[in-house]
Design a protein around this ligand. Structure first.
Ligand SMILES: Nc1ncnc2c1ncn2[C@@H]1O[C@H](COP(=O)(O)OP(=O)(O)OP(=O)(O)O)[C@@H](O)[C@H]1O
Length: 229
């Protein structure tokens, strides 16, 4: 269980996150959905220790986030992190040398599913292909928490479908996945649980099955309804 308690963060005078609280259970794919500039990336950067929160705490299975625990979090905040001259295989070898929990076999399997091959040069990949390879890297780690920031951003509808398939087939029940998006409709069928965010304020909405059964509306419609009030 990942426990995020009262996390706040401001940049100069701008409050990007205000008292964010989330409980993320093992085996769940959790969506953090909200418009551009609502604070999603700020939260993910705090989780991968790229940013320090002003207040609040994050713990994993009851232990406060520390440099040792940081190794259990796999993050993908950008897909341009390996040199263009490397092949996908070389990038994976580099990743493997950094992360003990990297599963090369799973990575190769996922690559195959999205028609990429290990000998392709990173510099020759299209934006969509790059997103897929980077995503395959991130989800091939046996991490306790995997965070994906806007994995569908900037890719065409066909690549989006493939990315969604890749996430669901690569996801292990031993992990927890936190995924952000402003593309609420596209992400909906992947998710077990949903939080909405607006202006740095996070709201727990519930599990997607229950929402569907009880509210009989899409998450996008629900988002509009929640923030109309
Ligand atoms: N380094 C920074 N310095 C100042 N303000 C920042 C910085 N990073 C983010 N912000 C501001 O904090 C707020 C939240 O930004 P954040 O990037 O977390 O939102 P987001 O929901 O991830 O948006 P997007 O979907 O556009 O990535 C925004 O108003 C943004 O302008």
């Amino acid at each position: 269980m990942i426990d995020i308690q009262g996390v706040s963060k401001s940049y100069q005078r701008k409050t990007a996150l205000n008292n964010a609280t989330m409980k993320l259970e093992q085996g769940k794919i959790v969506g953090l959905l909200g418009p551009n500039g609502s604070g999603k990336t700020t939260l993910l950067r705090i989780l991968v220790s790229e940013l320090r929160a002003d207040s609040g705490s994050v713990s994993i299975d009851g232990e406060k986030l520390s440099p040792a625990l940081k190794a259990h979090i796999s993050g993908l905040t950008t897909s341009d992190f390996m040199p263009a001259g490397m092949t996908i295989q070389e990038a994976a070898d580099t990743y493997e040398s950094f992360f003990n929990d990297f599963d090369m076999e799973r990575f190769h399997q996922l690559l195959k599913e999205v028609d990429l091959s290990p000998d392709m040069k990173i510099g020759s990949l299209s934006k969509g292909m790059k997103s897929k390879y980077a995503l395959a890297l991130a989800i091939s780690r046996k991490a306790k928490l995997i965070v994906l920031d806007e994995p569908l951003d900037g890719v065409d509808p066909v690549a989006r479908e493939e990315i969604l398939r890749l996430i669901s087939s690569g996801f292990s029940q031993d992990s927890t996945l936190l995924v952000t998006s402003h593309l609420i409709n596209e992400l909906e069928r992947l998710l077990d649980e949903v939080y909405f965010i607006r202006d740095g304020e996070i709201r727990y909405i519930g599990d997607v099955e229950t929402i569907r059964a009880e509210k009989k509306m899409s998450l996008d419609e629900l988002y509009r309804e929640v923030y109309r009030r």
